[in-house]
Write a protein that binds this ligand. Structure first.
Ligand SMILES: *Cc1c(COP(=O)(O)O)cnc(C)c1O
Length: 444
């Protein structure tokens, strides 16, 4: 069977009818990338209610890294659902929670003694990391980076950089959050200058006022920005010198996504607190804060928790995800995904003037559209190329502070021939869209 399999236009008539119903039942504040209703999935594809089968280069935003219908996840989850669905870990305990904590303590970077607390969403992990850091340091301030994304709750929105659509009309946000410059190799200044500027900003506010610096090792929503080499080690050095905790947000980049178990490993940086979510639960809501025991234990008994935090069904799903990650064939597979993406997309940088860069690591890759020379962001091109991919049966996502980046987040277990097809269709879309636009500009 060949995919993508298109039996109607995208979206098809059933999806369109359901979307109309959605519009009269769900508030307009929820956006949608592609209004197609999904009925089932394979490791590499999503099948919609009209019988179309789309190539999945999104993984539900880096969540279904082991595939959106992984048999190991299904097996462990169904077994757990028929045993017990929920007790609340703060009421009575269950083994899965402990096993998930042990795996994260053993497999996150650093050989120091660790503890892991489980929560439900990524934003909740970020919020709890800030709570823990404040309890440990007795300080309030939080440092974040330009173009950062840390979630949609009110504290994490304050930490997130992009104004629209995330923050528009939702303020005021919590105080004590200070933003630092980023080391974006395409647009930023040299890393030494950026680090010197950060040192200056930290000093200006008083280093002793900051509990934590929270940073993504590769920015997700911000545009798949791989920081200049030396940036993360520089932050590690600055935070250590000032007694500020380094919190590494691996919610999008972690758990094999970049070809290493954690993206911070590429630069050999060890966090004080490391955050996971997204891929952790294999599609079920689960997040974690893993950190140095003396920091994690700074919180008084009863200070951490949540009704659903570390739900037993989600924990079983995570244990299934760990089985896949423990397979020695998995990370080499992610390396092959990166090579395939680079092989298809990198030639476009020379061929198409408005393709500014192809970047990323492992199965977290992106292509940025900008005007040659000025690097003025071209969100219109990213949107049109993405729309052309959708029409051709390939699910892609955009990202970036200016919306001018297409990001590729295929399941780590995607079939290599299907990935190849998806990439060829993406390349076709880039060529077609940029050629038509150039012609129009010429005619104008
Ligand atoms: C998605 C994401 C979050 C927020 O996770 P939610 O589960 O949506 O709350 C935080 N940080 C990063 C880097 C993310 O990609």
């Amino acid at each position: 069977m060949t995919v993508p399999r298109l039996v109607t236009e995208i979206p098809g008539p059933r999806s369109r009818r359901l979307h109309d119903e959605r519009t009269s039942a769900v508030p307009g504040g929820f956006g949608v990338t592609l209004p197609v209703f999904v009925a089932r999935a394979t490791a590499s594809t999503l099948e919609d209610v009209d019988g179309n089968e789309l190539i999945d280069l999104a993984s539900g935003i880096a969540v279904t890294s082991v595939g959106a219908a992984n048999p190991r996840v299904a097996e462990r989850v169904s077994a757990q659902v028929s045993r017990v669905t929920h007790t609340c870990f703060m009421v009575t305990e269950y083994e899965g929670y402990v096993r998930v904590a042990q795996w994260l303590n053993a497999n996150t970077p650093g050989t120091h003694d660790k503890r892991t607390g489980l929560f439900t969403t990524g934003a909740e992990a970020v919020e709890n990391a800030v709570k823990i850091a404040r309890a440990h340091t007795g300080r309030a301030g939080v440092l974040v980076v330009d173009e950062a994304y840390h979630g949609r709750s009110l504290l994490t929105l304050g930490m997130t950089a992009k104004e629209h659509p995330y923050k528009t009309s939702f303020g005021p946000f919590p105080g004590d959050i200070v933003r630092l410059p980023n080391a974006n190799p395409l647009r930023g200044r040299p890393v030494d200058e950026v680090l010197a500027e950060i040192e200056r900003i930290v000093g200006e506010h008083g280093a002793e006022s900051f509990a934590a610096l929270v940073v993504e090792p590769i920015q997700g929503e911000g545009g798949f920005v791989v920081p200049s080499p030396g940036f993360l080690p520089g932050l590690r050095e600055i935070t250590e010198r000032h007694g500020i905790l380094l919190v590494i947000d691996e919610i999008q980049s972690g758990l094999g996504r970049t070809g290493r178990l954690f993206a911070s490993e590429h630069e050999g940086v060890v966090a004080d607190l490391l955050l996971t979510a997204k891929a952790l639960g294999g599609g079920l809501p689960l997040s974690a804060v893993t950190g140095r025991t003396e920091i994690m234990d700074a919180v008084h008994p009863g200070g951490l928790g949540g009704t659903y935090a570390g739900n037993p069904v989600a924990c079983e799903a995570a244990l299934a995800v760990f089985e896949v990650l423990d397979d020695p064939d998995l990370l080499p597979r992610v390396g092959r995904i990166e090579r395939a993406v680079r092989g298809h997309l990198e030639p476009l940088v020379d061929e198409v003037p408005s393709v500014a860069e192809v970047r990323g690591r492992g199965a977290m890759m992106a292509i940025e559209f900008a005007d040659p020379g000025t690097l003025a962001p071209r969100a219109d091109l990213a949107q049109r190329v993405s729309a052309a991919c959708h029409a051709a049966g390939v699910l892609t996502l955009t990202c970036g502070t200016h919306g001018n980046v297409i990001r590729l987040l295929p399941p780590l277990v995607i079939d290599e021939a299907i990935l190849d097809t998806g990439l060829r269709l993406l390349v076709d879309a880039v060529r077609t869209v940029t050629a038509t636009l150039t012609q129009r500009e010429d005619a104008a």
